[in-house]
Ligand binder design. Sequence first.
Ligand SMILES: [Fe+2]
Ligand SMILES: [Fe+2]
Length: 469
Amino acid sequence: MNINYSDKIPNNVNLANDRKLQRALEHWQPHFLKWWDEQGPKDFQSNDVYLRTAVGVDAKGWASYGHVKMPDYRWGIFLADQMQDRTIGFGDHFGEPVWQQVPGELRSQFRRIIVTQGDTEPASVEQQRLLGLTCPSLYDLRNLFQVNVEEGRHLWAMVYLLHCYFGRDGREEAEELLSRHSGDTDNPRILGTFNEPISDWLSFFMFTYFTDRDGKFQLKSLSESAFDPLARTCRFMLTEEAHHMFVGETGVGRVIKRCLEVMNELGSDDPTGVRENGAVDLVTIQKYLNFWFSSSLDLFGSEISSNAASSFASGIKGRPDEGRYEDHVCNDATYDIDTPEGTEQVNLRNAMNEVTREAYVKDCEIGIKRWNMMIKRAGFDVSLTLPSTRFHRTIGSWANVPTDPTGQAVSRSEFDTGIPSWLPTEEDRAFIRSLMQRVVEPGKMAGWIAPPDRGINNNPVDYEYVRLK
Ligand SMILES: [Fe+2]
Ligand SMILES: [Fe+2]
């Protein structure tokens, strides 16, 4: 199914024949553009950026590339193709036909979950608003904007569901998605991580590696949903999400690569020496990693959760890759949860947040392994590690329990003393900020980051990804 570009809002949901929905979306669109102008990337709005735009929804060949000005980006509504005779894959309604409408009794739960997902999308654009000013290269600047426009489209995706299936309440929620702002004291974004400022590029790469990956797992769970339009919307969003995590993994990898080059020149892994040569030392990289990983873990919610159980039971949200499990009902199964009081055996349905979190942690480990391979190949006997999931948590059983990064319990004062060597200090952040100088000559890279192995869409690295004139 191809996307209809003749409409004001590109779509594959036959918007032209749904006047009511069309009116709601056309009313919302100028508000979105105003939000983009005020809260989206600072400057660069009149520059041509080499962006990919969705032009179809099949896994291969959905994207078209070309230079566009960001305000002219074709944000639209795209659902993955409907699967014939799809049945509910989990929970109490396992095996029944999927729903094309939201059942009345689940309306508020579905609305809450769509609003929470929708809120993260514009939040990340707001968090990243100033990064363009200090881009390490045109290539990176383009990748930032690609992520930003697609997060904007993910907002569209959720607003479509709100407008189409939740009537007046949905329209009100859609307006509020534009009125909450990341870090705003009076009206902040819903989830904590999305109120953390991203004022430097190391944080941006960590965010796209760890926090966008949380997004991937949330979308995977929602693409199992019994509510078919939600499942199809999320399935298509996943295809876009993959690039965001690519930006994170290769971004962190290039920071490490540059660090290793300096370490090799120096013949030592002394962090001070690395810093004096304008690169980011591995100790600092580890601290940023600890921060963004632990913060992203909180996004999965409490380990033991009756909410998660009811979402699973009622068909709202399955497990990521639900098809891989044998038991899709999970009525009698139990699960061991690690708590500060010891192992607690709970009903599997109540442990769904933890099941998802564990799948996420495994996925996070893949990049860490690749980065460690680079370090090893460069001849150094150090490695980066994911901290324990107990470490530095603010949600769930381990919230505010003092542990070191290995998960070992420590006293409150040991914790306070340890923090400066576990998480970025003000001094670390000031150092990282000092590296953030804008580099915009095609092909040139800031001194703290290695060039990418290849450019975007078979273009060379020194391609003019953003035309500044
Ligand atoms: Fe997103
Ligand atoms: Fe994303």
